[in-house]
Each structure stands twice: as structure tokens, then as C-alpha cells.
Design a protein around this ligand. Structure first.
Ligand SMILES: [Zn+2]
Length: 435
């Protein structure tokens, strides 16, 4: 068991509050048994078969239609919310030093295309606006180091200074995939720290020119969120959200990231619509698009329905990568109260899940905007996944027992939280609200 002592103790003290018999109906321990990992796995297989589900593209849209069909088949009231999304597919970059070595660049997501032959590179520090003062980079390629500010602001400053393109080298060993979040003014690529050191070494000896090509396809398009609602017996008592994203990175099939979350959520929908006692609060099953390019789907959803979410949201369960790795992370960012996270941690222990740890979630998945408007969040994330954001994130890597365990946990928590909306109030100490 890899739980911090404080949390284990908390679980022992408060874990029993939750089964108060305010409402009749099956216990979540019975509900979770109805959850079938094989059915969740079948959804993942269906998603993977669409190919990489690139935000704004046809495979992502086909996956959305599949999810909408499955939700409707469960009897959920399905709504599709469209939002603008640039489709971007990378066909690769080439970077070589003239009369020197070939390097290994990664195109930065939302880099325009371009070809630059025999163009000089100029080192521009971290790419802060002041780093360009007195530097003649006009018409040349700005070489910048990762760190301190966003990639997008580095590239924007380089463009403002008149640079034709940008190269950013990592400040850690190896290379990485990086995004500019929206179409940049000039092409930009990412290289490894090692490749960066090669260029810096050559610059110490004199001027350096490179050949740089960025090849990609992009166009204005739309993505969509698929929202399935299961209305509660007393919808005025609030809404519990469960979310996962169905898009994938453009270079991988996204079986675990995040086919696993969608599969887990759709199986939860089947269990709760077919077998669940109707809950007090409503439940919204949210399949988000465009997560991999900056959480565009969940951002659009929360911004569009902010009043409803902020005033009625009892909790949000985010499932992103729940089926590979040996340890389950259960946590939230800390912007809203931790009632749902604590409840889920207690539930995990009560279910006999040994390999879980509390964590402070990052801001890199679909829970962010919910927590930002004050909704208690729990983010379930199994780790480590050695194939994260690679072409190897394939169906055969999915661990069925883990998928089933985490899906059962999510289903039980979702059911309890919607069955008894007072849980949030009790656990967060605000005793004068709701009931
Ligand atoms: Zn993901």
C-alpha cells in the first residue's frame, strides 16, 4: 500500500459517513459489481479502429458519432455541442546544418508550414521580448531555449522581431512534443537538448546556416462534445459530471489516452441506466473533443454552460488514462474543495484497491475548467504509462483488471455522489446548503 499515512487515517475516520441510508436503492457496492471491464474494452477497441482521432478531423467526428449512438442506446438524452477547432496534422520536419549534421526536429503543433534553405540561425536566449533587443534576427531563424515562458510567447516574440522561423531546444535531455495552442505567425520546431548543444557549439565557432522544412496540413474546422444526461429524481438538487476525452494525439491511436476513460465512462452509463436506482441529482456523461490540443472541448463546454455548472455542479469525475500502469493517482488541483477527492480515496480503500496514492493533479486535462468555476473534482489517472503520447499506445497495452477496477471505482463514486447530493455538503463542512 502506497498511501500517505494522513490520508489512510482520514479514510478510517470518515469512510463510513457515506453509506447513510438517506435514500433507498441498491448500495454502490452492488452497483459496481455490474460493471463489466470487457464491455469497456470493447469501446476502446471501437475507438482505436477509427485511427488517430485528431481534433477537428473526420476520425474524431466519427468517434463522436459512435459515442452519441452508445449513449442514446443506454437511454441517455444526448446533446452534441460543436465548437471551432483548427484541424492540424503534422507530416514531419527536416532540419540540417548546411555542411553539417542532420538534426531531429519535432514540428510544434500549430506551426505554419515553410521551407528555409541556407538561412542563418541566431541565439535569442529564452525568447523573452528583451532577449531580442539589439539582436539582428530579421529574416533569420531564432534559436531559443525552453523554459520560463510558454512556447507560444517565445515564437510570437521571435515573429515580432522579424524572425522567419523559430527553433526551440529542450532544457532537459531528449526531445518532446510541444504545442503553440493556436496557429503561430511563423514556423517553429522543437529539438532535443543534445541537438541544441550541437547548434550552440557551432555558433561559438562562427555563423551557422541551416535548411529547415516544416510540412503539415491544417484547416479551420469544428470539434464537438457529446453530452449524455441521465435526469435525476430531483434535478434541482444538482448535477454530477463524469468526463473523459475521445480525441487522441495525431501520431497515436490513443487506446489508454483516452480510449480507456471513454470506455470506462460508457460502461458506467450502461450500468447506471440499466440497473441503477434513480439518483437524486442528475448525471451528465461528458465525452470531450480536442483535449490533446489544449482542452478545447471542456473549455468550450464550461464556458458555454458556466452558470449551470457553477451553480449546480456537485462534482466532476475526470477519467484520463485509467488502464495502464501500476498505481492509481486520486486527486484534484486544490482550487475547489476536496470533498469528492477524499470520498473517492476512502472508496478506493474500502474497495480493497491497494495501489493508489493521493496527488495534486496538474492542469493538463478536462477537470481544469470545472474546478476553476468551483466544482469539486476528482481526477483518476493510472500511472506510469511508458507509451504515453506515442504510436505504441495500442489496444494490447490495456490492462483489463485495471480498467475494470478503476471503472468500478468511478461508477460507485458517481452513483453515490448523485444518489445523495448532501454528501458534498457534509464533507465540505457547509451544513446550511442543499437539504
Ligand atoms: Zn489524455
Amino acid at each position: 500500500m502506497r498511501v500517505r499515512e494522513g490520508f489512510a487515517f482520514l479514510g478510517l475516520v470518515t469512510g463510513l459517513v457515506v453509506t447513510s441510508s438517506l435514500q433507498a436503492g441498491p448500495a454502490s457496492t452492488d452497483i459496481q459489481k455490474l460493471y463489466d471491464g470487457y464491455r469497456a474494452l470493447a469501446h476502446i477497441e471501437a475507438l482505436v479502429d477509427f485511427g488517430p482521432r485528431i481534433a477537428g478531423g473526420p476520425a474524431e467526428r466519427a468517434a463522436a458519432e459512435y459515442i452519441a449512438g452508445e449513449m442514446a442506446g443506454c437511454g441517455l438524452d444526448v446533446q452534441i455541442q460543436e465548437f471551432p477547432q483548427t484541424f492540424y496534422e503534422d507530416y514531419g520536419s527536416v532540419l540540417e546544418v548546411v555542411d553539417g549534421p542532420a538534426l531531429s526536429p519535432n514540428t510544434m503543433l500549430y506551426s505554419p508550414t515553410g521551407e528555409f534553405l541556407g538561412v542563418e540561425i541566431v541565439f535569442c536566449g529564452l525568447g523573452n521580448p528583451e532577449d531580442f533587443e539589439g539582436v539582428d534576427v530579421a529574416g533569420k531563424i531564432a534559436l531559443m531555449e525552453r523554459g520560463a515562458i510558454t512556447f507560444a510567447s517565445k515564437v510570437a516574440s521571435a515573429a515580432d522581431a522579424g524572425a522567419a522561423a523559430g527553433i526551440i531546444f529542450n532544457n532537459l535531455p531528449g526531445n518532446m512534443m510541444a504545442t503553440l495552442y493556436s496557429m503561430a505567425a511563423i514556423p517553429a520546431v522543437m529539438i532535443s537538448q543534445e541537438d541544441g548543444q550541437i547548434l550552440m557549439g557551432l555558433l561559438e565557432e562562427g555563423p551557422v546556416s541551416v535548411n529547415l522544412t516544416v510540412d503539415a496540413e491544417y484547416y479551420s474546422s469544428t470539434s464537438q462534445n457529446v453530452i449524455g444526461t441521465l435526469e435525476g429524481l430531483h434535478p434541482d438538487r444538482g448535477i454530477v459530471y463524469i468526463g473523459a476525452h475521445y480525441d487522441s494525439v495525431w501520431f497515436g491511436p490513443g487506446a489508454n489516452d483516452d480510449g480507456s476513460g471513454i470506455g470506462g465512462m460508457l460502461e458506467a452509463a450502461r450500468v447506471l441506466t440499466r440497473y441503477g436506482h434513480r439518483t437524486q441529482a442528475s448525471i451528465k456523461f461528458c465525452a470531450f473533443g480536442a483535449e490533446e490540443v489544449g482542452q478545447g472541448g471542456s473549455e468550450s463546454y464550461v464556458m458555454t454552460y458556466m452558470d449551470e455548472i457553477a451553480s449546480q455542479g456537485l462534482g466532476m469525475i475526470n477519467l484520463d488514462m485509467i488502464a495502464v500502469g501500476d498505481t492509481l493517482n486520486i486527486g484534484n488541483i486544490g482550487w475547489a474543495d476536496s470533498a469528492l477527492t477524499e470520498y473517492t480515496q476512502e472508496k478506493a480503500t474500502a474497495m480493497g484497491i491497494e495501489e493508489w496514492v493521493p496527488w495534486t493533479a496538474g492542469t493538463n486535462s478536462d477537470h481544469v475548467y470545472f474546478e476553476w468555476v468551483g466544482v469539486p473534482v476528482v481526477f483518476l489517472y493510472q500511472f506510469p504509462d511508458p507509451n504515453y503520447h506515442t504510436a505504441e499506445d495500442t489496444l494490447d497495452k490495456i490492462d483489463l483488471p485495471t480498467l475494470e477496477q478503476n471503472g468500478q471505482l468511478a461508477t460507485a463514486v458517481l452513483y453515490d455522489w448523485a444518489k445523495n447530493p448532501a454528501l458534498r455538503v457534509k464533507k465540505s463542512g457547509a451544513l446550511d446548503v442543499v437539504e
